[in-house]
Design a protein around this ligand. Structure first.
Ligand code: C5P
Length: 289
């Protein structure tokens, strides 16, 4: 087979805690992450020529090594010991960039899964994670998917039972947020409030959706940044539309809300559609690898 397709799924942070800055410049984190059904379509073709290139439907996304999907393919060949071949990676993007939805990491994870399948599964789960963590902090999670407790840079993963059945409304305002910029702002302040991660894990394990929603928390929402006012406004509107809980995902700017019913989620999202860059309804996705 010379062409292979794979879905790249967005992630949501059900919680996000930052414990401190590390000597390597990264931050130690504790997060609960969930794969959702907002997806990019990735397809990979072998080419006769040398080199790995990516193209997307968004012309401002680079097609060279700056693209995490290209980097993931290079790391796959190195980790598997397979001689590098020419590849053309095409990505149809629906996950917005700079949203905290891990779009780039999801594409990289999809490339790792797809190439592993294309070349007869040379990497086991540990091999996939080893490759993924060289590409980016969220890539290991995006490769394996499902519901996870993540720590370290985000690459130390413990699988949790699936989130209780629910629907998400995702709203992204008309601006994106740079992840390194928000980490720098967080470094300048004392974090006063942390999520109750253990309580959240118990709520997920017990299938207690209200318990999850009550405890959802992201320390980045407390950063001194005027864009957090817009985030708070979106959360408020989603709660007014009948959400059980709402939170910014990652370093934003996207916000998601949890709904018990698909219909309520769809009504809320359609009411907010006109004013935002993205307004989408999606559901939980289980393990991908
Ligand atoms: O690992 P990745 O390249 O995806 O991280 C992007 C940026 O996010 C890093 O350059 C760093 O500024 C920040 N980051 C961090 N600590 C983490 C993950 C990301 O400081 N655990």
């Amino acid at each position: 087979m010379d062409e292979i397709r794979e879905k790249a799924c967005a992630k949501l942070n059900i919680s996000l805690d930052v414990l401190g800055k590390r000597p390597d410049g990264y931050h130690d984190m504790v997060m609960i992450m969930q794969t959702v059904s907002l997806t990019d379509e990735v397809s990979i073709e072998r080419t006769d020529g040398q080199g790995i290139r990516a193209s997307t439907n968004l012309e401002y996304i680079p097609g060279d090594e700056r693209n995490l999907a290209v980097r993931a393919a290079g790391v796959f060949f190195r980790e598997s010991g397979i001689a590098e071949e020419g590849l053309r990676i095409s990505i149809r993007k629906k996950i917005p960039v700079g949203a905290g939805l891990a779009g780039g990491s999801a594409d990289a994870g999809a490339v790792l899964r797809a190439l592993n399948r294309l070349y007869g599964m040379p990497l086991d789960r540990e091999g996939l994670v080893r490759a993924a963590e060289q590409v980016g902090s969220d890539v290991a999670f995006c490769t394996l998917g499902g519901t996870m407790l993540a720590s370290g840079r985000g690459e130390i993963l413990t699988r949790l039972p699936s989130m209780p059945e629910c629907w998400y409304g995702i709203i992204m305002p008309h601006f994106s947020i740079s992840t390194p910029e928000l980490f720098r702002k967080l470094d300048g302040k004392k974090i006063r409030c942390h999520p109750d991660t253990q309580g959240l894990v118990r709520a997920v394990e017990n299938g207690d959706l209200s318990g999850v929603c009550r405890r959802m928390y992201n320390v980045f929402e407390d950063v001194d940044d005027r864009r957090m006012r817009t985030v708070a406004e979106i959360k408020g509107r989603l709660m007014d539309c009948g959400a059980m809980g709402a939170l910014m995902t990652g370093t934003g700017s996207a916000v998601f809300a949890v709904f018990e019913s698909q219909k309520t989620a769809e009504t809320a999202v359609s009411e907010m559609k006109g004013d935002h860059r993205l307004a989408a309804v999606c559901g939980n996705v289980g393990p991908l690898a």
